[in-house]
Write a protein that binds this ligand. Structure first.
Ligand code: ZN
Length: 136
């Protein structure tokens, strides 16, 4: 698979409004985008650190997977996203290695990226996202 870098780290928060001041005032990062991803029932806030982003995820509904995560494990690191090339092919290869895929095919995530998740049961407990910049 050979990821090129960590694209972002996803962090589950109860409220963007309450979480953002830590990232801006203590870490000194600038929130450059807030975006709602309707089919994932989350509102996201983005910060850039080098070539890696921090993605804060606030549930917009009680049946959001982020709401379930917070309920079960509390707020904190939710997933790690690796940037890869040719995501469709990477998913095929990964499935052949007996890794459980949450998404069999790439779908649209925040910022227009093509994304797919690997099941934490197959990754030592770390929910893993793979993402690829769509071809222009
Ligand atoms: Zn993500």
């Amino acid at each position: 698979m050979k990821p090129t870098h960590i694209e972002h780290i996803g962090i589950a928060v109860k409220s963007l409004e309450e979480a953002i001041p830590y990232y801006e005032n203590i870490l000194g990062l600038k929130c450059y985008a807030i975006e709602e991803v309707k089919d994932q029932k989350v509102k996201t806030a983005f910060f850039m650190v080098g070539q890696t982003k921090i993605e804060l995820l606030e549930p917009t509904s009680d049946d959001s997977t982020i709401a379930a995560f917070i309920e079960k494990r509390g707020t904190g690191v939710h997933h790690i996203a690796f940037a890869v090339n040719d995501l469709e092919h990477v998913l095929e290869e990964t499935a052949q290695k007996e890794i459980r895929l949450i998404d069999q095919h790439p779908r649209k995530g925040a910022e227009g990226l093509n994304i797919a998740f690997l099941h934490p049961k197959s990754t030592g407990g770390v929910l893993t996202e793979l993402c690829e910049k769509p071809q222009e």
